[in-house]
Design a protein around this ligand. Structure first.
Ligand code: ADP
Ligand code: NI
Length: 191
């Protein structure tokens, strides 16, 4: 459900807003790319190549052949770059990737992370792996995912508008973690 239709709607709205602010790409192409960006995600489509083919056919059938390759290239790199640092030099990519990343942070990001963790049957938090520097990495708990990915996203935004939106959402992640640890370590002194 973290990748459902409503994720697509939120990414479309974010992408549209970022592009209105930055005027980086054609608004129609931004919207089409946002709408299709998770269609061939390898976590959900058994075969990504088949997914790309479906997108390709869909675009051809709907008179979008001229923008097909650009859109496909962006979609391929969006899922690819979540696992690596490869970045595509296309303003369309900057906008849609920022939008996708923004939906992984803030309150929605917290909800999605715990939803995914539940789907994987991961622990919420594993207190045994708190290191001296206070970070929680190297486990499959959902709190550890904050340190492995979510708290890094604000530093990886492409556009100024994306950075501004990410700053607020990042702050919420920090407030959430602070409260989480406070409640986790509850004792009489907390009152
Ligand atoms: P992307 O948006 O780049 O496709 P992913 O597909 O990796 O990102 O993740 C989709 C959602 O699932 C995000 O909200 C992400 O934070 C969450 N997620 C991914 N891996 C984990 C994990 N190990 N624990 C908790 N949440 C996760
Ligand atoms: Ni997405």
């Amino acid at each position: 459900s973290g990748h459902d239709w409503w994720h697509i709607v939120r990414v479309r709205n974010l992408a549209r807003f970022i592009n209105e602010m930055e005027q980086l790409a054609d608004p129609f192409i931004v919207e089409i790319t946002a709408l299709l960006h998770d269609t061939a995600d390898s976590k959900f489509a058994a075969d990504s190549e088949k997914g790309y083919l479906l997108i390709s056919e869909f675009m051809d059938k709907n008179g979008l052949s001229t923008i097909r390759d650009q859109v496909l290239n962006v979609i391929k790199n969006i899922s690819f770059s979540s696992k690596s640092t490869r970045v595509l030099d296309d303003p369309l990519f900057y906008v849609v990737q920022d939008a996708d990343r923004l939906d992984a942070i803030g309150a929605i990001g917290v909800a999605r992370a715990f939803n995914y963790g539940g789907f994987r049957n991961n622990k919420i938090f594993d207190p045994e792996v708190i290191s001296q520097i206070g970070s929680v990495i190297g486990t499959s708990s959902t709190i550890s995912h904050f340190y492995e990915k979510l708290l890094l996203l604000k530093y990886r935004m492409n556009t100024l508008t994306g950075k501004q939106l990410a700053a607020e959402r990042h702050e919420f992640l920090e407030v959430f973690l602070k409260e989480f640890y406070k409640e986790w370590e509850f004792n009489n002194k907390s009152l």
